[in-house]
Design a protein around this ligand. Structure first.
Ligand code: FE2
Length: 386
């Protein structure tokens, strides 16, 4: 990467980070001068009691509020349409998304559709918004997607079983209230999967074709934080320092990829998630080492720098790069993530998965060009490890 290249860096989201950050909700709502609040979440979060403190804050300040908690994992187009109708009927002045990437992405898309009309697929791609979406405040309960600070929403087309993205700076939340205590209820499996999603964001942002010095700085520190804290967060979920380290790591990784890009790991993970509804982070964890191995010859120096961030010593750039790939594979194994075999992928779907991976908008930014045949080879390699 050359420091002579021109780039711009815009971060429209205010990040309030730390224990107790959620307590700033009503103050931020009053700064935005909004009164009718639609909380967007999922059934699991609602049943866990995590929304009680949010609702209490709103009630205490006399703010009118309502909850839409029907968002599914890998949020579907029909979740967005239903939520957007509810937001429009309720005349919501602000959405407060509480959850992992699914509720936050769904709320972003709801805010767009409620403001513009039409269907969510109308806004697929970059820069399609012509009006300001309903303002959004995001409160993450996982440390992975980083959706609370990104410009994009990833939605599943339920008929075509294909994930698509809406990308626009206006789609960024106005405020992210990032409170590590809100992530404490995450079970080990979800902590591991979302943590590997964040690690993948950092690695792909750092090694893809469109990185810049600021995204690189964020990505490398994200790798360091995630490597330091992931296992403790998974196996000792009440360790607040580890939870805070993972939450900051995921935010930095998201700042990195939203100002750079993700690449072929996400192309495959999104194809898998669209087809089989498999957890996004687990898909990334399985695919990451295989795509890093494919990219290796184009990324030796970058992967060696990743090895340093992963805390590894090495004798040469080549050995550092090899060690980085091995360490990533070991980390995924250490936190007990499922393997490719468990996703229910059948070989007769490889063609469709490879085609959807090539069609993904981030394919072009993978450091090594990757055609449909190359995706097929990676899928076959993953499939042969049954
Ligand atoms: Fe991701």
């Amino acid at each position: 990467m050359s420091l002579l290249n021109t780039f711009s860096f815009e971060l429209p989201t205010e990040i309030v980070f730390g224990v107790g950050a959620c307590g700033n909700l009503t103050e931020r709502l009053s700064q935005l001068k909004v009164g009718r609040i639609l909380i967007v979440s999922d059934k699991g979060i609602d049943e866990s009691g995590l929304l009680d403190g949010i609702r209490n804050q709103l009630t205490e300040k006399g703010l009118d509020h309502k909850t839409f908690d029907s968002v599914e994992a890998n949020p579907k187009d029909y979740n967005v349409q239903q939520g957007a109708e509810i937001a429009a009927d309720y005349k919501a002045e602000c959405l407060v998304a509480v959850g992992g990437g699914s509720p936050i992405d769904c709320a972003k898309a709801m805010a767009v559709v409620a403001a513009h009309g039409g269907t969510v697929r109308d806004y697929e791609g970059r820069g399609k918004l012509t009006k300001e979406p309903i303002p959004l405040i995001a409160i993450p309960t996982t440390a992975g997607s980083g959706s609370e600070v990104t410009f994009s929403a990833v939605i599943t087309d339920s008929r075509e079983k294909f994930k698509f993205s809406i990308k626009d700076t206006q789609n960024a939340p106005r405020v992210a209230l990032a409170d590590p205590e809100m992530t404490m209820t995450m079970p080990p499996g979800l902590t591991a999967a979302t943590g590997l999603d964040a690690l993948t964001h950092a690695i792909e942002a750092f090694s893809c074709k469109v990185s810049n010095p600021i995204s690189d700085a964020a990505a490398l520190y994200a790798v360091e934080l995630i490597t330091t804290h992931l296992k403790t967060a998974v196996f000792d979920g009440h360790n607040l320092e580890a939870r805070a380290g993972m939450l900051m790591g995921s935010i930095l990784a998201a700042i990195a990829f939203s100002h750079s890009d993700v690449a072929s790991v996400h192309c495959i993970a999104e194809a898998l998630g669209g087809k089989y509804d498999t957890p996004h982070g687990a898909c990334n964890a399985v695919v990451l080492p295989a795509v890093m191995a494919y990219n290796m010859s184009y990324c030796l120096e970058n992967y060696a720098r990743l090895a340093t961030a992963l805390g590894l010593a090495y004798d040469s750039v080549e050995s550092g790069a090899q060690k980085a790939v091995q360490a990533v594979e070991k980390l995924a194994a250490d936190v007990d993530l499922p393997d490719f075999n468990s996703f229910g992928v059948t070989e007769n779907n490889f063609e469709e998965l490879a085609q959807n991976s090539v069609n993904n908008g981030s394919n072009i930014d993978n450091p090594r060009p990757m055609a449909k045949e190359d995706y097929l080879n990676v899928l076959k390699t993953l499939g042969s490890r049954r």
